[in-house]
Write a protein that binds this ligand. Structure first.
Ligand SMILES: Cc1cc2nc3c(=O)[nH]c(=O)nc-3n(C[C@H](O)[C@H](O)[C@H](O)COP(=O)(O)OP(=O)(O)OC[C@H]3O[C@@H](n4cnc5c(N)ncnc54)[C@H](O)[C@@H]3O)c2cc1C
Length: 306
């Protein structure tokens, strides 16, 4: 219920104005977002890599409605990739891209050409791209774009969401050799017709999907902060004899950093998803929806008078 309300608020421009102008919002944002500028992203990336983690960078922004915005997002990724290569931060750092930020909602061709340009730039920089997955109305088109991109850029990563009923079947489709697949639970509000609604059902689906990916031929990327899912992931890694070069754990910047360090210390590959940029509202609201403790922290910040 609470999750639904917060996810609905994530699409409200009125709530966005309220949140953006609240006194301590910036302090809360800083906990989950690397900063506004490309230099902030680079600084945080270097720190994480020095600590033994891998990184995927996300330039914040989604549901872009003008071609100017879409082109600006593409250009930011091209700039970022060049800077990452110049700074010697590739291949440890890759990038995550949302097709909706590149104009998928109003001009699919523009979005496709832009993501292709980003994949080519990543390739030239010695790294790769993962296509974030958004709400279920975009799953087919995103997987279609993935298929086209993989013809020239086979390391392009997919994201599958365990809360969708279709995902077990998508896991089977995508567990072929060399196929990088990030498995997450899913962060959007989805109807019962397409998605499991209870946490228990989602967790069971996550484990079934993990079994398919970890026993398959691809490269699974287990994106979760859930201690139970992580423990099962470690178990499956032993079971299917997958070393640090054959799968990875992924977590979000600012969430369970000690667990990220612990897993890296155990010899696992751990990738931190690092968002940066000004357009943090939708991202922050999804993080709040996931965890009531974050909401209390945020509520206190909103109420306080600076
Ligand atoms: C790297 C990465 C990339 C992602 N990409 C996408 C994407 O492309 N599309 C998409 O829809 N979603 C994406 N997500 C979000 C994902 O779908 C989930 O919404 C999010 O990860 C929360 O699910 P969870 O597996 O962490 O566990 P949850 O079910 O949220 O939590 C389970 C347990 O994990 C622990 N936990 C969770 N959060 C915290 C916290 N903040 N602090 C301490 N403990 C915590 C708690 O013990 C909690 O009970 C991504 C997540 C990650 C980590």
């Amino acid at each position: 219920m609470l999750r639904s309300v917060i996810l609905a608020a994530s699409r409200s421009s009125q709530v966005e104005r309220l949140v953006a102008t609240a006194p301590y919002t910036r302090d809360v944002v800083r906990r989950f977002v690397a900063g506004a500028a490309t230099d902030d992203a680079l600084r945080v990336t270097r720190g994480l890599i020095d600590d033994g983690l891998a990184v995927t960078l996300d330039h914040l922004g989604e549901d872009t409605v003008t071609s100017e915005q879409a082109v600006a997002t593409r250009d930011e990724y091209l700039r970022l990739l060049k800077m990452l290569a110049e700074a010697g931060l590739t291949p440890a750092a890759e990038v995550s891209v949302k097709l909706s930020a590149l104009g998928q909602m109003f001009d699919e061709q523009l979005a496709y050409e832009s993501v292709r340009a980003i994949c080519a730039a990543a390739d030239a920089a010695g790294t790769t791209v993962t296509l974030d997955m958004e709400d279920h109305t975009t799953t087919d088109s995103t997987l279609e774009v993935l298929g086209k991109l993989r013809k020239d850029f086979p390391s392009t990563g997919a994201v599958l969401q365990a809360y969708l009923r279709r995902t077990e079947s998508d896991c089977r489709e995508l567990s072929s050799a060399g196929s990088r697949v990030r498995l997450c639970k899913g962060a959007y509000k989805e109807p019962e017709s397409v998605a499991y609604q209870s946490a228990r059902e989602v967790d069971k689906s996550y484990v079934r999907c993990m079994n398919i990916l970890m026993s398959g031929d691809g490269y699974p990327m287990l994106a979760t902060h859930d201690p139970r899912m992580i423990a099962i992931g470690e178990d499956r890694a032993r079971w299917f004899d997958r070393g640090a070069d054959r799968f990875e754990f992924q977590m979000l910047f600012g969430i369970r950093p000690e667990e990220q360090a612990r897993l890296a210390g155990e010899g696992y590959t751990v990738r931190t998803y690092v968002p940066y940029g000004d357009d943090w509202y939708g991202y922050l609201m999804r993080r709040l929806a996931e965890r009531p403790a974050n909401l209390v922290f945020f509520g206190r910040a909103l109420m306080s008078k600076k």
